[in-house]
Design a protein around this ligand. Sequence first.
Ligand code: C5P
Length: 299
Amino acid sequence: MHARPRAKVNLTLSVGERGRDGYHPLESAFLRIGLADDLTVALGDGLGADVLTVSGRPGADATDNIVLRAFDAVRRAIGAELPPLVAHLDKRIPITAGLAGGSADAAAAVDCALQMWGAALSPAALANVALDLGADVPFFAGNAAAALVRGRGEHVQPLPQPPADVTLVLVTPQVALSTTAVFARFDDLKLFDPGKKRETPNWSDLVASAERLRDANDLWPAALTIAPELAGLRDELERLTGRPWLMSGSGSTLFAIYGSADESVPAARSLVASESEILGGAIINAVDLIGPDPLWRYP
Ligand code: C5P
């Protein structure tokens, strides 16, 4: 079986106070984007262990990979002895970048495992498996193009279909930001602000609403204290492109919203052509909302 799990960006991210379970109640507009990993899954022989090989982006771990954890979780939920799975994951989505590539892979792995084993789980059991794998996984377990995600990540309310011609430019600097570390910094610095106004994306003019969404990610100040260079990077991107740049999730990917591929692809090219020092080593993708492959990428 073959799957192309796509990444997401967060258009907004409101973070509440840390709960007793260690998680923070969120309210976030997720948008699925046209940038996908590549996962193939087949049935193995006998009753040995599942096998996963990984290619693509350096840093992806084949031994403690969320794809293997997803297979285990499904096996436990079914509660029967099942043949091993043999999988290959080609990582194309940047890692520890705020794009939830691992969560997208996990949701696809659950789906593939069920199909390979010819099994089904109740919606409630599936929802538990997804949330146990990670807070972003319930969004990917559904098929909404965009959704308002709340709670720890378990409440996924589909949003209207986003405009078809929207495209994004994503810049992922060589800064790995751990989600856990960014949330911990949010707590340490007491960044929770109960009075903060919540923004919502305006689908009828998403490009224009970027100005408001720019500062609608509550994790931005926390991420900056871990990676202060993100501030200079955002300034430079805004200077070079003349439009607002947002951060996705806990970072480190920054992105800008464009009305069409005719605008975003040249913009992405011109970032590379600028030879700006602060962009050195960054991964740049121009994407639509469909994919599965980017419109343009660098390198
Ligand atoms: O669920 P997942 O493993 O993706 O979450 C990674 C980390 O992000 C958690 O360990 C937690 O520190 C933080 N997190 C949070 N509140 C959420 C989602 C994630 O604090 N709603």
